[in-house]
Design a binder for this molecule. Structure first.
Ligand SMILES: [Fe+2]
Ligand SMILES: [Fe+2]
Length: 328
């Protein structure tokens, strides 16, 4: 049998002679909410938004976000060509959480390439944003093959793109600082215009796009809820994606694993969320796990799978992703 490392894969688009045909696999993790309060000065927390987050944590910590689940999910997810993480990697944007999350992702990167985008919990306070803590810690996972399209945002250079075999993995930043009890996301005109230019580039256009964003690009909730917790300019994003014939739009934030099909001018997109990677729940749509997507040599989406923690809490089992009849 051919060793994987000994032969070039066919999904190099140009299809090298004698290449080994195999699926290009992307593992999708989201909402890790890595916790670490080491070295925190609690008095300082009393005067900012973190106190509400910490109170929430005290009520639920250890019961809702389980480190043992996260370890098991990550260990299974690394069996892929690329691991994408759609935000809320930390819980309160604490430096100790960033350090713990970076160590975790460095471990993942020893097995598979890693791409990340920020969630609202990674930009928890205005100071975190302005001091650029997200790119400070995660620059290694924000590389772009076409950096001329990236805008210099406080959350890092977005949009970025990684051209890998049959896919173009595109990272967007929807995380912006908000007052307490508001977690809505925003892409902004500049980032969306850059995304439109990026999608038109020949090397992107000939591949299957896999768009990463934290906030939901489709949202059937009441408008008032969307304004508080959704993606404020989701309609503009959907318009920008209208020229794609196929692809994936991957997100997190809602902590519920669902999928739907979004029609475009030339075909449709699969819009899929992952649940929280450490969440304990008896509901399979919420329970800790990850999704995995397979692409054949021509960029066709050949498989969409979800895996959740099994009842023993040690291993994972396959589960279905709830499909919504309509995205909107
Ligand atoms: Fe989250
Ligand atoms: Fe979130």
């Amino acid at each position: 049998m051919l060793e994987r490392s000994a032969v070039q894969p066919c999904h190099a688009i140009e299809k090298p002679k004698g290449c080994l045909s195999q699926l290009f696999r992307i593992a999708h993790l989201s909402d890790l909410h890595v916790l670490s309060a080491a070295g925190v000065e609690w008095r300082r927390m009393l005067f900012n938004k973190r106190i509400t987050g910490y109170a929430n944590l005290l009520l639920h910590r250890g019961r809702v976000y389980r480190r043992d689940y996260l370890r098991a999910v990550v260990a299974a997810a690394v069996q892929a060509d690329h691991v994408v993480v759609t935000g809320d990697i930390t819980n309160l944007s604490l430096e100790s959480e960033y350090d713990a999350a970076r160590a975790l992702l460095d471990g993942v990167a020893r097995s598979a390439e890693v791409s990340v985008v920020p969630g609202n919990h990674d930009i928890y306070l205005p100071a975190i944003h302005h001091e650029r803590r997200f790119p400070h810690h995660f620059a290694a996972f924000l590389h772009s093959d076409l950096p001329q399209f990236a805008r210099d945002l406080p959350a890092g250079p977005f949009p970025y793109v990684k051209l890998r075999g049959p896919v173009a993995i595109i990272g967007l930043s929807s995380a912006v600082p908000r007052p307490p009890f508001v977690s809505a996301g925003y892409l902004g005109h500049a980032q969306l215009a850059a995304l439109a230019d990026l999608l038109a580039h020949a090397e992107v256009a000939r591949r299957t796009s896999v768009v990463l964003i934290h906030h939901p690009p489709v949202d059937a909730r009441w408008p008032i809820v969307r304004l508080r917790d959704g993606l404020v300019d989701a309609a503009s994003l959907r318009r920008t994606l209208q020229g794609l014939a196929r692809g994936l739009v991957l997100y997190g934030h809602t902590h519920v694993r669902v999928r739907c099909r979004l029609p475009t001018a030339f075909g449709s997109l699969d819009v899929i969320s992952a649940s929280g990677a450490a969440l304990d729940s008896s509901d399979d749509a919420v329970r800790a796990g990850f999704n995995r997507y397979g692409f054949d040599d021509d960029g066709r989406i050949a498989s969409v799978e979800a895996h959740v923690i099994d009842p023993s809490g040690q291993g994972l089992r396959a589960t279905a992703i709830t499909e919504r009849r309509s995205c909107l």
